[in-house]
Design a protein around this ligand. Structure first.
Ligand code: DC
Length: 221
């Protein structure tokens, strides 16, 4: 088991897990891994090289060679700041396609393990507690109702000045979740050793407090 304490927060798209994970990491002084960003970066890099997202061999090779830098909140690909570019809806769809390819997941494993450094790590994604950090001390499965998640994504897009249609977003989230759940490797699911945190009707502060309380009670156990 790794000596570095790891907290994993897995869950579906737009559940708020990224924000909660970042805030928990800040509260504990831990490092933070946004694993979804790696799949998004792979999709964006593939698109820029005119590769097809379903082309497993080429996309996996690319994933293994990505020139990526996480510089605070900024994410650089080949030296260019792509923090905003990877959040677009089409890159999100590409990410869920490349994430279903086993060779791509394998190619990104070592990169994810490298984030586990002292004093600790909070990692969010779909398979953090099941595949990437199976020995994590605390595993959380964070979710919210489909309606609440669609409303949150809609609000996020509108705040960024992007057009947002609630029905279209709900349909898109549903098909992305279905693909994440149905894939053969590392499917999205709540594992028996993960604690469930349903944030429907719950604010961010409350969710962050709950995870920190779970962490403290583990330390005091
Ligand atoms: O969390 P996100 O929306 O940024 O993730 C983008 C896509 O990557 C999403 O379709 C699920 C996939 N993903 C994954 O398969 N495994 C992870 N650990 C993180 C994300």
């Amino acid at each position: 088991m790794s000596l570095v304490p790891v907290i994993t927060i897995d869950g579906p798209s737009a559940s708020g897990k990224g924000t909660v994970a970042q805030r928990v990491a800040a509260a504990l002084g831990f490092h933070y891994l946004d694993s979804g960003a790696l799949y998004r970066l792979t999709a964006l890099a593939a698109e820029r090289r005119d590769l097809r997202w379903r082309d497993e061999v080429d996309v996996a090779r690319l994933a293994g060679e990505l020139d990526v830098e996480f510089d605070g909140a900024a994410i650089l690909l080949d030296g260019e700041n792509v923090t905003e570019a990877i959040r677009g809806e089409s890159v999100g769809i590409g990410a869920s396609i490349v994430a279903a390819l086993p060779a791509v997941r394998t190619a990104l494993l070592a990169r994810q393990h490298a984030f586990a450094r002292a004093p600790g790590l909070v990692a969010d994604g779909r398979d953090m507690g099941s595949v990437v950090f199976p020995d994590a001390r605390l595993k959380v499965f964070l979710t919210a109702s489909a309606q609440a998640r669609a409303e949150r994504r809609c609000k996020q897009l509108r705040e960024r000045g992007e057009p947002a249609d609630l029905a279209a977003i709900a349909a898109d989230l549903e098909s992305r979740d279905a693909r994440d759940r149905a894939r053969a490797v590392a499917p999205l699911q709540q594992w028996p050793d993960a604690l469930l945190l349903d944030t429907t009707g719950m604010g961010i502060d409350e969710a962050v407090d709950q995870v920190c309380r779970w962490w403290e009670s583990l330390l005091n156990a």
